[in-house]
Design a binder for this molecule. Structure first.
Ligand SMILES: Cc1cc2nc3c(=O)[nH]c(=O)nc-3n(C[C@H](O)[C@H](O)[C@H](O)COP(=O)(O)OP(=O)(O)OC[C@H]3O[C@@H](n4cnc5c(N)ncnc54)[C@H](O)[C@@H]3O)c2cc1C
Length: 436
């Protein structure tokens, strides 16, 4: 079948093996008798990290195995989607300590990319809350990995992009919530340095994220809106007349069909959208938001990637150390502006201290910027230029968003990276990055 991930490129002919038990997963490996394979969750990575001629999907390993409500600990299979898990946890006042920008990913995908949310400066990444997992390795063993057992494999799998084996199930530490609502405060910023000042002033807020107007230039370069957030208590909700303080997310109501032509998304749409966004956030305002719109605004529209047409989108997400963040992000925004390409969505996050996991793990203390573009060969040229800026400023790009980083640039960004089972567990991405 034709297989691609969220960005839609590359797209390849692949065999998707859907196993519904651990033994069936192991049999799949045996039947492949040494051919390369890569685990796959829900294909929400953007590029080729979950692509290979043989792909082992975990979507049928989707059972919640045990929930200890008192300890706030859950044991579940790796193919469970965050959205299904949240439907069970939220009514019980339990939540995930780290939530990315979509609920449509699996636990296995969250571990393999060591995903982060708007609270990395406060809570770190997903891996911090993984107590243990079972991993099916290249030699067919199922190993329990934790901070005390098979420690190296535990560390190398978190952020390891599926190259150490297939995570079959995991045990996670949960957090507690009084309500499923969040108090969001928004602060407009007139420039990038203003935005950085706001981030540092609001550093004690649990959640921080900024939208940037990618069309601004000159002394307005990097203007945007910082959103801070914290979980609402029951008392905070009293004035809101909310019928159910532990309401779960609603299903998406809108869906974009796959036939949208690539000319549909025009720069004028971005100009209007950015103008409206800045106007509606021109003053510092406070909102109470349900977690669905606070964490997952994009999930409100199913298949929104179809808006970018058949060839899809490319995202460039990178992180820079704190000391070079302002200079590096300024240089990147200037390069984007000079390219005259349209940055449809630009998002800035503050990253905090980060526990060491795999050598391909992304986060570091500093700032991370993500920019979405419609696919075009010119965008690929721009990305090469951005790689140089990121390397010059001692940063790296996020592999789960990548579809094209050259091996030489990868080695400079991730100098300690090695492949653990190069014969068996390798994706198209790892073949490209490790020159296999
Ligand atoms: C709209 C949107 C918003 C996003 N926002 C964020 C964000 O805020 N923060 C963030 O960090 N990421 C974000 N992401 C990226 C996403 O969280 C990651 O790409 C995640 O890994 C996708 O999970 P998945 O289950 O779809 O895995 P896939 O995309 O299928 O696979 C991703 C990687 O995980 C590996 N993998 C999957 N399952 C297993 C398993 N069982 N065992 C071992 N390896 C496995 C694959 O081999 C691959 O390398 C976003 C993506 C989208 C589409």
């Amino acid at each position: 079948m034709k297989l691609y991930n969220w960005g839609k490129s590359p797209s390849i002919d692949a065999r998707l093996h859907l196993a519904d038990s651990y033994s069936a997963t192991n049999s799949t490996l045996n039947q492949l008798s040494g051919q390369p394979v890569i685990p796959r969750g829900n294909g929400r990575c953007y590029g080729d990290s979950a692509l290979q001629k043989n792909v082992c999907s975990t979507l049928k390993l989707n059972k919640l195995l045990q929930l200890d409500e008192v300890a706030g600990v859950v044991r579940l299979q790796a193919g469970v989607l965050l959205e299904d898990l949240l439907s069970v946890l939220v009514p019980k006042g339990l939540f995930l300590p780290v939530i990315p920008g979509t609920r449509l990913i699996t636990i296995g995908g969250a571990i393999a990319a060591n995903v982060h949310g708007k609270n990395h400066h406060h809570a770190g990444a997903f891996g911090n809350y993984v107590q243990s997992f079972s991993l099916l390795t290249a030699d067919g063993q199922v190993l329990l990995c934790s901070r005390t057992e098979n420690k190296t494999l535990f560390k190398n799998t978190i952020g390891g992009m599926g190259t150490t084996g297939i995570v079959l199930e995991a045990t996670l530490q949960l957090s507690r919530i009084e309500t499923s609502y969040y108090q969001q405060q928004s602060y407009p910023a007139t420039s990038l340095s203003h935005l950085f000042e706001l981030f540092e002033q609001q550093h004690t807020q649990p959640y921080l994220v900024a939208w940037i107007d990618g069309l601004a230039s000159g002394n307005k370069l990097g203007r945007g809106v910082l959103h801070t957030g914290k979980s609402c208590t029951r008392e905070d909700l009293e004035s809101q007349a909310t019928p159910n303080p532990l309401q779960i997310h609603p299903p998406a109501k809108l869906s974009i069909p796959g036939i949208v032509p690539s000319w549909f998304l025009q720069p004028i749409v971005l100009r209007l959208n950015n103008g409206y966004y800045r106007w509606s956030n021109r003053k510092s305002i406070q909102h109470v938001k349900h977690y669905a719109s606070f964490f997952f605004p994009l999930d409100a529209i199913k298949h929104w990637n179809n808006l970018y047409g058949k060839k899809g989108l490319l995202q460039y997400q990178f992180v820079l150390p704190l000391s070079s963040s302002l200079a590096g992000i300024t240089a990147v925004l200037e390069a984007v502006k000079a390219s005259r390409l349209c940055p449809y969505l630009v998002v800035l996050k503050r990253m905090g201290e980060h526990a060491p996991y795999a050598a391909t793990d992304f986060p570091m203390s500093g700032y991370s910027l993500a920019i979405d573009f419609k696919y075009s060969p010119k965008v690929l040229d721009l990305f090469h230029l951005l790689d140089e800026i990121v390397i010059q400023h001692s940063g790296r790009i996020y592999l789960t968003k990548d579809a094209r980083l050259p091996a030489a640039a990868f080695r400079k960004m991730y100098p300690a990276a090695v492949l653990h089972s190069p014969q068996i567990f390798r994706s198209l991405q790892s073949e490209r990055l490790f020159d296999l």
